[in-house]
Design a protein around this ligand. Structure first.
Ligand SMILES: Nc1ncnc2c1ncn2[C@@H]1O[C@H](COP(=O)(O)OP(=O)(O)OP(=O)(O)O)[C@@H](O)[C@H]1O
Ligand SMILES: [Mg+2]
Length: 447
């Protein structure tokens, strides 16, 4: 929220004063938002409002004090500056006690008002910044995009926070499924570009015939079939983040053009000679080491160096073993919620198996595995005992039966009547089977 981004809502029923106020605000570098009455202003304000309110007190209908009180209820941290006519001073002082930021008596010197706005805006900026950080910390549970407490993950998160707001281009390297897109999106969301688009482009998936106009845009009539002008994806990302996924598969001809864009921070749409300046931030992702000798065969060295200003390497999952259980239980909980089941408990045997697997598909593979376990499709997982290597048919039938009973019990919250009905067996048989399989109905009871 810089000066230009700080909006000053300005309420005055007098058209001339409103006009003059808006002009003075704009001259001082603020974004004025004039209103002729309090209700309209109130409708435009919210706890997310990136600015402050300046309002006249005496107005027909809802007056400035009522507006101030309504805003206090809406967001007590939204600074309100009152403009008072003479005779209102006592009222204004009361308002200060109630939490108004300042009051200014008419006729006032513009400088005095602007100073007050400057301080109020700074206060608002700090409040908004604090809220943003708090919201980030609070999403630390389920929505935080990057789960993991291994030293490698902690390091990665620290790096990302450090560079998120710097306007450097970033190369993200990691094996398949290791979280490159998550990292790119975290870089975007933790930056001040977050409100602008995150434009993701898979460089390997676009056919070469469309990729150029897709990336750079074109004028109407630039080529056959180009009926309308089209803004390219690069330009569309201006102010936000351009995510170039699988950059290693970008065709050679395009690499040259991309390099030029990265160097000049401008695009030249097809069919024009016009260059458009961009506010560009590129995050590129690669599955391979683009600096390696093998990569030289297909990836331009100069482009590599241009992208390689900051490289973030995501270690494969097998190298951050301590994160596996954390990630798995997160995915298991999420899947269980989605499938409306109780999450199976994590037995030591299961954790042992998770830890010894090499996870070539990394976090994505782990997430898929958790879904299967949540669905009971890997019945071995979740069971505490180690099964015999090749179960006999009766053993399999037995296990299937026990699993089915558990599942139906769970679905019915341990209710015997409904479970028996759903299973289609007599009550007596049901109790016999519970005993034989060592299943306790109470484990499934709700409440
Ligand atoms: N640290 C993490 N915390 C939580 N979820 C993660 C983490 N890393 C990856 N994931 C999840 O794993 C899956 C794969 O991640 P992502 O798509 O970012 O990987 P990728 O490296 O881009 O894969 P690919 O190389 O196949 O494009 C996604 O569902 C993502 O949400
Ligand atoms: Mg990806």
């Amino acid at each position: 929220m810089s000066a230009a981004e700080t909006t000053v809502a300005f309420v005055d029923d007098d058209a001339d004063l409103r006009e003059a106020g808006a002009q003075a605000l704009a001259l001082a570098g603020w974004t004025p938002l004039p209103f002729a009455d309090a209700r309209a202003a109130l409708a435009a304000l919210s706890p997310e409002f990136p600015g402050i309110l300046v309002t006249d007190i005496r107005m027909p209908g809802m007056d400035g004090l009522d507006l101030f009180r309504a805003v206090r209820r809406l967001d007590p941290d939204l600074p309100v500056i009152l403009i008072t006519g003479h005779g209102d001073i006592a009222m204004a002082v009361d308002a200060l006690r109630e939490g108004a930021y300042d009051f200014i008596a008419k006729p006032y010197a513009t400088d005095r008002l602007m100073q007050s706005i400057g301080r109020a805006a700074e206060k608002r900026r700090l409040v908004m910044e604090n809220r943003r950080l708090r919201a980030l910390a609070e999403t630390g549970g389920d929505d935080l995009p990057l789960i993991g407490e291994s030293p490698a993950m902690e390091r990665l998160r620290r790096t990302l926070r450090q560079i998120a707001d710097a306007d450097v281009d970033v190369l993200v390297e990691g094996e398949t499924g290791s979280g490159k897109e998550v990292v790119a999106s975290a870089l975007h969301h933790w930056s001040r570009r977050a409100a602008k688009p995150f434009v993701a482009l898979n460089c390997g998936a676009l056919p070469e015939t469309v990729i150029e106009s897709e990336l750079f845009g074109h004028e109407a009539g630039a080529f056959t079939g180009a009926a309308k002008r089209r803004v390219g994806r690069i330009e569309h990302s201006s102010g936000g983040t351009l995510f170039l996924d699988e950059i290693e598969s970008m065709p050679a001809a395009l690499q040259v053009k991309l390099l030029r864009v990265l160097e000049t921070r401008e695009v030249e749409p097809l069919g024009t000679n016009e260059r458009r300046a961009l506010d560009l931030r590129v995050v590129a992702a690669a599955k391979v080491d683009l600096g390696s000798a093998e990569a030289r065969a297909y990836f331009r060295e100069d482009l590599f160096y241009r992208l390689n200003v900051v490289t973030v390497r995501i270690p494969p999952l097998r190298e951050r073993g301590s994160d596996i259980a954390l990630l798995f239980s997160h995915f298991l909980r999420r899947a269980a919620e989605r499938f409306r089941r109780e999450p199976p408990s994590l037995s030591p045997a299961l954790l042992q198996r998770l830890a010894s697997h090499s996870w070539p598909g990394n976090v994505r593979e782990l997430a898929h595995h958790a879904e299967r376990v949540a669905l009971g499709l890997d019945p071995d997982e979740g069971a505490a005992s180690t099964p015999s290597p090749t179960p006999t048919l009766p053993e399999r039938v037995d296990r299937f039966e026990a699993e089915t009973i558990r599942q139906v019990l769970a679905e019915n919250g341990g209710d015997v009547r409904r479970t028996v009905e759903a299973l289609g067996i007599p009550r007596k048989t049901f109790y016999d089977k519970l005993q034989r399989h060592g299943i306790s109905r109470r484990d499934f009871a709700e409440g």
